[in-house]
Structure formats: C-alpha cells, structure tokens
Design a protein around this ligand. Structure first.
Ligand code: PMT
Length: 435
C-alpha cells in the first residue's frame, strides 16, 4: 500500500499564477525570437503537444521537438514535423541526425526547454541526472532554463517518489508547470492532468523575465586588495572574488552595463562585464572614483584592506632581526567616499562579520551612509570567504530580508532583485522622507 505525501507548495505554484491569455483563447504572451526545445515524453497527453507547438508558434517562438521512445508510441514524429516545420529529433545515436544538428548543438540552440508531457519516468530520470536517451542528455547539456509539465495518473503523481523527484528538480531551478486537476484518461478524477497548451505557453514566459536593470550602469568592486610590504610580500585576505563576480554576472544578465573593479583573483570575467584589474586599495579607490559618472548602482563586495604599510620597502626586506614592526596607515574607505559624493548612486555595501552580524552591519550602514547592506558571516566553516555557498542578511532603512544559504551564483540573483526593487524605490520623490 502507498502512503501519500502532501504535495509540496513549490510543486503547485503554477496554480496561483493568473492566466495571461484572453477569454477568446489567444495568448497575450510574447515569445518572439525565443527558441524553444519541446521534449515530448510518453503519455496520452502527448497528443495535446502538437497543439502546443502551434500555440508556441502563434506567439513567435521557434520550436524544435525531441521525442522519447515512449512518446512515439502515442504520436508519430511526422505530426510534430508538420506542425513545427522542423525535423523531429528522436535518437541520441542517429549519425544522420547528429550530422544535421548534433545533440550538443541542439542543447546550445535552445533559449528554453519545455518537457510536455513530462511522465513520471522522465521526471525520475531527470531528478537522478540520467542521460540515457536524447531528451535527458539534452537536459544535462543545456544551460537554458528548463520547465516540465507533469502528466500522469493521480496516484502516480501523489506517490512520494514522484513528489520527491519533482521537489528535487524544483530545487534545481526547474520550473514546474502544473499539473492540473480533473478527469483523467484512465477514468479517474484528480490531480495529474497536463496543463492546457495556452496555460503552458503563458507559464513558459516566466522562464524569460524582462531584464530588470536595462539602461543602468552598475559599478562593483570584488576580490581582495594587496598592500605591498616590499616588492615580494604583501598584506591581503581570503577573498576569492566569487561573490562579487556572481553579482556582476547577475547584473549583466539583468540588462545592466556592468563595470567590475577587481583585486587579484583567478576568475574568468563574466560575459558582458567590463573588468578593471587593480591590486591595492588605493588603486581600487581611484578606479572606482574615476567611473562614478553615470553610475546608477554601486555595489562594494571587495574585501578592501583597511590599512596599508606606511612606507613599503623598495627592496626585499632581509631577515636580520628577530622581529620587525610594520607601521600601518588607514586606506581610503571606497564605499563611504562613493556614498558621500554630491549625487551618489544607489550604494550597496557588504559587511563581513565574525560576531554580532546584524548589529555590526547596521552600524556600518549608518556610519558609511549607504542605502543597503548585505551582511555575511566570515571565519566559519560554511559561507563567507572562498566558499561556493553563502547566506546574506540584507537590510536597509526600515527593511530587512534574510537570504538563505545557497550557491553564490543563485544568491547573487536574489540579492540583485532586492537591489533593483530598492533602487526603484529610491527614485521616488519621498524616498528620503520615508526612509
Ligand atoms: O570573495 P569571496 O571569497 O566570494 O567572499 C565574499 C566576501 C566574504 C568577501 C563578501 O561577501 C564580503 O563580505 N565582502 C565585504 C568584505 C569586507 O571587507 O567587509 P567589511 O565589513 O570589512 O567592509 C564593509 C564594506 O566597506 C564592504 O562593502 C567593503 O567593500 C567596503 N570597504 C571597506 C574598507 C575600505 N577601505 N573600503 C571599502 O569600500
């Protein structure tokens, strides 16, 4: 006997989305120029996918269809070839098809992947990272966003194994569209129907959010600084640059013009980002201040050395004495200086703390006069410097949000959404008064 788990909220989110098509059956979604790879897996709902191809075409998408072996038991590839106007892809090991458009090329071609219907079997294979046919291989090989439209018998849908698989995919950012409720092909009534083609077209639009920062110039700092002691030694810190580079990449993807002033790191420049390499805090300060004209948002993610050696030696210091003392002087505070220019951009600071995270971050935000601060723990086994994951406590005057631990790449996207929203609020006339 089965035990039935509660359907996790994330799995059913689509039900609460307002439909974006008009009552006369036309979608108001615009997918002009978008290249959609439609995966059709084995299920009776596969017959609806031919209509889905037509609906996607109506809103301007170019569609290529990949069918699993199971899908071909329900609908013939010729049907999809006729409605999509493109050859249908069915096999990973077909030299002729590979010669025309290989599976890696196909994975790169797609702006978005939709699997409709997504059977319990294909969901399980995706959740486990299998690549045992063309469709699952493409899903592993693509960097495009993936959506699934589950379709199966209600008992199969509510089985804990299926729900665990769907939850796993949702956690990996796969968008789950549906399923819907109602009469099922097997004669039962319940949850597990594939959403109607128009609902899927509208749901797919969620994969391509309008760039939120188009037209803005975002200036960032990232990485550590190095403060010379002599020509071969320096004072620095553990910053890898990962957090700042992730934020820069997310800003570029959001449509902003992005300038990234970075200390020495071993990271590849994200696409669409202008990179300025510096070493010391003084150089970083100069590079930032020179680029403030037309800057809308400044994000200080760099771990800038607060002090530098007063007089770095010209030659390598010899170890003649048992000990030595270095005289340190304060470096300029880049963030505070940006926040105090006559017409400052929207300023976002980071706070790296080993104790009293929130109190110290708030103190920094007020002292430096910045609009928003993102605080993270450092010096702990998880998060902060060097790690792939991080968590942030983001606060501004009158507001606070905790962003849970996740890969810095995903955290950066969430942080930028907050920054974008607060930036837009800051452009309203009563911003200062409300704050
Ligand atoms: O690079 P990773 O390995 O991915 O690690 C990420 C990170 C931990 C470095 C990052 O998330 C972070 O916390 N960056 C800020 C580190 C820091 O120096 O924090 P702070 O609390 O000392 O400084 C407060 C703010 O003032 C920061 O925005 C900092 O960039 C800025 N600052 C500090 C000193 C200075 N002279 N000029 C500045 O602009």
């Amino acid at each position: 006997m089965h035990s039935y788990a509660r359907v996790p909220d994330c799995v059913h989110f689509w039900r609460f989305v307002v439909k974006a098509h008009s009552s006369d059956g036309d979608s108001m979604t615009d997918l002009r120029g978008k290249r959609i790879l439609l995966g059709v897996s084995g299920g009776i709902a596969a017959y609806k996918s031919a209509d889905l191809v037509r609906r996607l075409g109506d809103v301007g998408a170019e569609v290529r269809v990949v069918m699993t072996a199971g899908a071909q038991e329900f609908v013939r590839p010729l049907t999809f070839q006729a409605v999509s106007g493109n050859p249908v892809h069915t096999s990973l090991l077909d030299p002729e098809a590979e010669a025309a458009m290989g599976h890696i090329e196909l994975a790169r071609w797609a702006d978005g992947v939709l699997i409709a219907p997504a059977s319990a079997n294909v969901i399980a294979r995706l959740a486990n990272g299998l690549a045992d046919d063309l469709l699952t291989t493409l899903c592993l090989a693509t960097e495009a966003p993936v959506a699934i439209a589950p379709a199966m018998n209600r008992v199969m849908w509510s089985h804990p194994a299926t729900l665990a698989n769907v939850t796993r995919l949702a956690e990996r950012n796969v968008t789950v569209l549906g399923p819907g409720d109602g009469d099922q092909a097997c004669g039962e009534i319940g949850s597990g129907r594939m959403l109607e083609p128009l609902d899927l077209v509208d749901g797919l639009a969620g994969l391509f959010p309008a760039p939120a920062l188009t037209g803005l110039h975002v200036l960032l700092t990232a990485g550590p600084t190095r403060e010379a002691i002599d020509p071969v030694r320096y004072i620095s810190n553990r910053s890898s640059g990962r957090m700042g580079f992730a934020v820069a990449a997310a800003a570029a993807r959001s449509g902003a013009r992005v300038t990234l002033v970075t200390g020495p790191v071993e990271l590849v420049t994200p696409p669409g980002v202008e990179r300025v390499d510096v070493e010391s805090a003084a150089q970083m300060h100069q590079a930032v201040m020179e680029r403030l004209v037309d800057c809308s948002i400044f994000i200080a993610c760099a771990a800038v050395a607060d002090y530098r050696v007063a007089t770095p030696a010209d030659a390598k210091i010899k170890k003649r004495n048992a000990g030595m003392a270095l005289e340190l002087v304060r470096n300029p505070d880049i963030l505070a200086d940006v926040a105090s220019v006559e017409q400052p951009p929207f300023t976002v600071g980071f706070a790296a703390e080993t104790h009293d995270l929130q109190a110290n971050a708030e103190d920094k935000r007020r002292r430096k006069g910045v609009d928003m601060i993102a605080a993270n723990w450092v010096g702990r086994p998880i998060g902060g410097f060097e790690a792939a994951d991080n968590a942030l406590e983001v606060s501004w005057e009158g507001g606070r949000v905790a962003l849970e631990s996740k890969p810095k790449t995903r955290l950066a996207v969430e942080l930028l959404e907050l920054i974008g929203a607060r930036y837009r609020a800051s452009r309203t006339p009563d911003y200062g008064a409300k704050a």
